[in-house]
Design a protein around this ligand. Structure first.
Ligand SMILES: [Mg+2]
Length: 273
């Protein structure tokens, strides 16, 4: 099976591994499955996940980590016409992913505007300033494509909720007075489509493992993939069961042992919820 696996709330919670999940995934890979990690995080280059996942015993290869930054870079490089110069309202990891895909990057400054960017790519920007927002707004008004890595309004940290990329997207949307041309991350389909394509598969063949019913599971249903909702993160069983049928996961797993059984069932073709 092709497993598209969310990270935070599934494989780990902050710095702590979710007990047993890495071993379940390692066993699936040993049995012939393909695991691709799919995260809306836009701030880190995919290489920054290798050590963390390896240290937890999770099976990982560099090109099997799909952040929204990586998926955005591949989409824009393959777009028609392709993006050649991108202004980055976001983190260094996002800029590095874009450069890896052959896209030149410029900062959201007047000097960046001088390079006539054909896209403005927005991710979480912990150095957001009025000047950076103003330059991004000007580039969009000058005709650059407006691309959002994701629209997560907030995300959880050890210190509580903090603003996510969606807060920066909303600021630029308001200033530029138009919506993004493309939103890559979950709950949209693009992240899963790009991840599946990278291994020559189709997203509807995949099994999504995620903790967010409004993000991971919504994206799974959007692309026609089966899914396992893990109750180890942001969604409770009551919240999942309150969803209308078309928004529910295929199966629900409270922990790694239930995940193992759920994947066994799906591998045998018993997909009934
Ligand atoms: Mg998650």
């Amino acid at each position: 099976m092709l497993l598209l696996v969310d990270l935070d709330g599934v494989v780990y919670r902050g710095p702590e591994p979710v007990p047993g999940v890495a071993a379940v995934l390692a066993d699936r890979v040993a049995a012939g499955d393909t695991v691709i990690y799919c995260t809306n995080n836009s701030s880190r280059h995919r290489s920054e996940y290798l050590h963390q996942l390896e240290s937890m015993g999770a099976p990982v290869q560099l090109d099997r980590v799909f952040t929204s930054a990586r998926a955005t870079a591949l989409e824009l490089a393959a777009a028609d016409p392709p993006v050649r110069v991108a202004m980055v309202l976001g983190a260094r990891g996002l800029a590095r992913e874009l450069r890896d895909a052959g896209i030149r990057t410029v900062p959201p400054t007047t000097r960046g505007l001088d390079r006539d960017p054909d896209a403005v790519v927005v991710g979480i920007d912990r150095h957001l300033t009025y000047q950076r927002l103003a330059a991004a707004m000007q580039a969009v008004r000058d005709g650059a494509r407006f691309v959002a890595t994701n629209r997560d309004p907030v995300y959880p940290t050890a210190d509580g909720l903090v603003p996510g990329a969606g807060s920066m997207v909303a600021a630029l949307e308001t200033a530029a007075r138009r919506a993004p041309d493309l939103v890559v991350g979950k709950p949209g389909p693009t992240l899963f489509e790009a991840a599946a394509r990278s291994v020559g598969r189709r997203p509807e063949e995949a099994v999504v493992i995620g903790d967010g019913v409004l993000t991971d599971i919504a994206a799974a249903n959007r692309v026609g993939a089966r899914s396992v909702l893990m109750l180890t993160g942001v969604t409770s069983r009551a919240e999942a069961e309150a969803q209308p049928p078309e928004r529910r996961p295929t199966l629900i797993a409270a922990d790694a042992a239930e995940l193992r059984r759920a994947l066994d069932r799906l591998a045998q073709g018993h997909a009934a919820a």
